[in-house]
Design a protein around this ligand. Structure first.
Ligand SMILES: [Fe+2]
Ligand SMILES: [Fe+2]
Length: 145
């Protein structure tokens, strides 16, 4: 998969995990899904921040949207940290998860809309393939811990 295919594939998976977590009511199920969300979020943010974002930050066309992306990752990290410290059976857990879901859906929309669209005009096919390989490597090391 090239860089954009890999990120979009990850986005579909994250959306599905968030939807399933919001529908879950059993505490153990909520905890399992939150753990999966955390692993995938950490890996995904690392792939973007270590490989995909830096060259785009250098381009005038994508500079601002990339800076916004870093901040949206930060917001997601803060909500996730709070969720991990919230009683999984509580209504507050569900409310925080809903905010995380909405915030990530907005972030994904901005990446797939403006950022990836412009990235396709900046990177050629070879570059997208090479970035995809580097990101797959970062994902492997992130998931292995
Ligand atoms: Fe992303
Ligand atoms: Fe992102």
């Amino acid at each position: 998969m090239n860089a954009i295919e890999l990120l979009e594939h990850d986005h579909r998976m994250m959306k599905s995990l968030l939807k399933r977590a919001l529908e879950a009511s059993a505490e153990t199920r909520r905890e399992e899904l939150l753990d999966e969300i955390r692993t995938n979020l950490v890996a995904h943010e690392r792939m973007e921040e270590e490989v995909f974002y830096p060259p785009l930050e250098e381009h005038a066309k994508t500079h601002d949207i990339v800076l916004e992306g870093y901040e949206e990752h930060h917001v997601a990290d803060v909500i996730l940290d709070e969720l991990l410290q919230t009683e999984p059976g509580s209504d507050t857990w569900k409310a925080k998860l809903k905010v995380l879901k909405e915030s990530l859906e907005h972030h994904i929309e901005e990446e797939e809309g403006e950022m990836f669209k412009k990235a396709r005009t900046i990177f050629d096919d070879d570059e997208l393939a090479r970035l995809g390989e580097q990101m797959a490597e970062v994902r492997r090391s992130a998931v292995a811990g």
